[in-house]
Design a protein. Structure first.
Ligand SMILES: *[C@@H]1O[C@H](CO)[C@@H](O)[C@H](O)[C@H]1NC(C)=O
Ligand SMILES: *[C@@H]1O[C@H](CO)[C@@H](O)[C@H](O)[C@H]1NC(C)=O
Ligand SMILES: *[C@@H]1O[C@H](CO)[C@@H](O)[C@H](O)[C@H]1NC(C)=O
Ligand SMILES: *[C@@H]1O[C@H](CO)[C@@H](O)[C@H](O)[C@H]1NC(C)=O
Ligand SMILES: *[C@@H]1O[C@H](CO)[C@@H](O)[C@H](O)[C@H]1NC(C)=O
Ligand SMILES: *[C@@H]1O[C@H](CO)[C@@H](O)[C@H](O)[C@H]1NC(C)=O
Ligand SMILES: *[C@@H]1O[C@H](CO)[C@@H](O)[C@H](O)[C@H]1NC(C)=O
Ligand SMILES: *[C@@H]1O[C@H](CO)[C@@H](O)[C@H](O)[C@H]1NC(C)=O
Ligand SMILES: *[C@@H]1O[C@H](CO)[C@@H](O)[C@H](O)[C@H]1NC(C)=O
Ligand SMILES: *[C@@H]1O[C@H](CO)[C@@H](O)[C@H](O)[C@H]1NC(C)=O
Ligand SMILES: *[C@@H]1O[C@H](CO)[C@@H](O)[C@H](O)[C@H]1NC(C)=O
Ligand SMILES: *[C@@H]1O[C@H](CO)[C@@H](O)[C@H](O)[C@H]1NC(C)=O
Length: 458
């Protein structure tokens, strides 16, 4: 069992450190009881179906009408069968309802793209309001699946438990939208993210919720489409807080999350490198546990990142990695050219505001990191190559500061404080590219820094 914990220092007359423990569904149903389910490795080597099948099997179907049900239980144990289907311009409201779903998926592509075997499947311009609903699934099934441009699900005050592969908590695809509030989620299987989008896009809004995943490939958020999260406390024991593939968007506010594999976020393009992905972390904290896990990991992508009033707490001491790499469907290693001949370097631009960050920037094989410290931010760290060429730009505004912990070589080095007095070198040198146009204000000179180091033109 894993306990989600947050720590608050209370300003009492005598200083007290109190621990607040947040519970999640695995405190009630031990994942150890479902170890065999959780060990199943998903098999995606199945026939692809490019259009939504006409018939989506379900034990209870609500089609083309409006229905409201409370204080009832629904269940099914059939393979490839949902407990509840809401489809064809229907509306279903469930409150104080228990749903138990077991039974396997024989084609994971049907499950991923059309919601086969999901406990609740809302499809084809339908809406559902789930309030005080307990959905417990085994053998591999999404708890709630929403499909189609005009389909919307609201999940409030609910409990989502799953074992088995590809058992996302709330799963939106085909442009479907989910609003999730006051939910406790747990998944024990592989590739079972708490809140997940899928092709071509899912739009997920989550607030005031707790999420806990333990499987490889199971993130708190799988962004394919857009993720908006507010006040989510989460642990992904064998995944990042966010997986993002391609030009997607993720906005986290007031979140406190912990990640155990790959990176605090792992953002990449799995095919050709794409440009325009967005990551925004506001008043949030991401903790990474692995000894080599960065706070933020990027491969084969061009992305703008915003960190506002945000903490990255890493066991590795590495804040950001930009790599000539990607994440494969195995979701447990940083892949190379051997896995994808379309790889290109990552180009990462990070704007840091109102934040205090400690750790290094590491770029690999011609990747670049552009790091801008603004609005009273401070950074303690350095930048260096992990492999081959690496390009770093650093910008400081007049309210921000940098304390070096290593020799750092820069391309663009811009500073509103043209005397560089907001830098504490601690004896390390900065080497800047004197041919870079933006560095003209330095006059190609060697400039002495506080702490004994120098800014030296090369
Ligand atoms: C959804 O719409 C498609 C396209 O109109 C149709 O083929 C399918 O039968 C519908 N499915 C359900 C479950 O309503
Ligand atoms: C809506 O249709 C389903 C069958 O599709 C039926 O079971 C349900 O009772 C209907 N709801 C109402 C309010 O008539
Ligand atoms: C379902 O709930 C929504 C939101 O509370 C409400 O607007 C709608 O009228 C309800 N529908 C039924 C059939 O009760
Ligand atoms: C359900 O799926 C499981 C796992 O693939 C299989 O062993 C079982 O035979 C299936 N049951 C039926 C009724 O097809
Ligand atoms: C939800 O349902 C499961 C399965 O019946 C049960 O074990 C669990 O205690 C329920 N959760 C809550 C919070 O009641
Ligand atoms: C999703 O949106 C795209 C672009 O608007 C549209 O072409 C496609 O039909 C939508 N898919 C579904 C399942 O609604
Ligand atoms: C459900 O949560 C939404 C936020 O996603 C909130 O606006 C709505 O009032 C909540 N409804 C209930 C019945 O709690
Ligand atoms: C960087 O990418 C290479 C493959 O190009 C991979 O072998 C290495 O493990 C990656 N390292 C990190 C920290 O991303
Ligand atoms: C580095 O990038 C080159 C392409 O520029 C590629 O051929 C090579 O495999 C990469 N090496 C590593 C270790 O990432
Ligand atoms: C300093 O940078 C070098 C590369 O220039 C790197 O190998 C080393 O790990 C860094 N040391 C620390 C303490 O960060
Ligand atoms: C440096 O600044 C120039 C001019 O704005 C820009 O084109 C370039 O991409 C920046 N970064 C690097 C690594 O050269
Ligand atoms: C320095 O910057 C210039 C202009 O951007 C570029 O052409 C050159 O390759 C850079 N030098 C190094 C050593 O990166």
């Amino acid at each position: 069992m894993y306990t989600l914990s947050t720590f608050f220092a209370l300003s009492l007359p005598t200083i007290t450190l109190a621990m607040v423990t947040v519970s999640d569904p695995s405190d009630i149903i031990s994942p150890a009881l479902w170890a065999a389910d959780n060990a199943i490795v998903p098999d995606y080597n199945v026939p692809f179906v490019s259009v939504q099948p006409e018939n989506i099997p379900a034990a209870y179907e609500f089609e083309a009408n409006s229905t409201s049900i409370s204080h009832r239980a629904f269940s099914t144990s059939l393979n490839d069968t949902s407990a509840i289907l809401v489809a064809n311009n229907a509306e279903l409201n469930l409150s104080f309802v228990d749903i138990e779903k077991s039974g396997y998926a024989s084609n994971l592509l049907w499950s991923s793209f059309y919601g086969f075997n999901a406990a609740v499947n809302i499809a084809n311009a339908s809406t559902a309001h789930l309030d005080n609903v307990n959905i417990t699934v085994h053998n591999g099934a999404a708890n709630v699946y929403v499909y189609g441009s005009d389909s919307v699900v609201h999940v409030n005050n609910s409990w989502l438990y799953s074992s088995g592969p590809v058992s996302h908590g709330v799963y939106a695809s085909g442009n479907g939208t989910a609003y999730v509030s006051n939910v406790q989620q747990f998944s024990g299987g592989r590739r079972s993210s708490a809140f997940s989008g899928d092709s071509p896009a899912g739009y997920i809004h989550v607030s005031d919720s707790v999420a806990h995943t333990t499987g490889i490939g199971s993130a708190t958020f799988y962004a394919l489409g857009e993720i908006y999260a507010n006040n989510v406390v989460a642990v992904s024991e064998n995944g990042p807080t966010i997986f993002m593939d391609g030009t997607q968007k993720a906005y986290l506010t007031n979140c406190d999350t912990t990640a155990g594999l790959l990176g605090g976020v792992a953002i990449f393009s799995s095919m050709i490198r794409t440009s325009g992905a967005i990551l925004s972390l506001k008043s949030s904290k991401i903790t990474t546990l692995g000894s080599d896990m960065p706070g933020l990991w990027f491969g084969n992508t061009i992305i703008d990142v915003s960190l506002y009033d945000t903490q990255l707490v890493t066991a590795s001491g590495i804040l950001v990695v930009a790599n000539y790499s990607q994440i494969t469907q195995d979701f447990d290693y940083y892949a190379s050219y051997l896995d994808n001949a379309n790889l290109l370097p990552a180009e990462v631009s990070v704007k840091v505001e109102e934040s205090t960050l400690v750790g290094d920037l590491v770029a690999y094989n011609s990747s670049s990191i552009s790091w801008s410290l603004e609005s009273h931010s401070s950074w303690t760290g350095g930048a260096y190559s992990g492999y081959g060429n690496a390009y770093f730009d650093i910008h400081l505004d007049g309210t921000s500061s940098w304390k070096l912990t290593n020799t750092t070589v820069l391309q663009n080095f811009t500073n509103e404080d043209t005397t560089l007095s907001n830098i504490d070198s601690q004896g390390f040198n900065i080497y800047y590219n004197s041919s870079a146009g933006l560095n003209g204000y330095l006059g190609g000179e060697t400039i002495a820094l506080t702490g004994g180091g120098n800014a030296i033109p090369v």
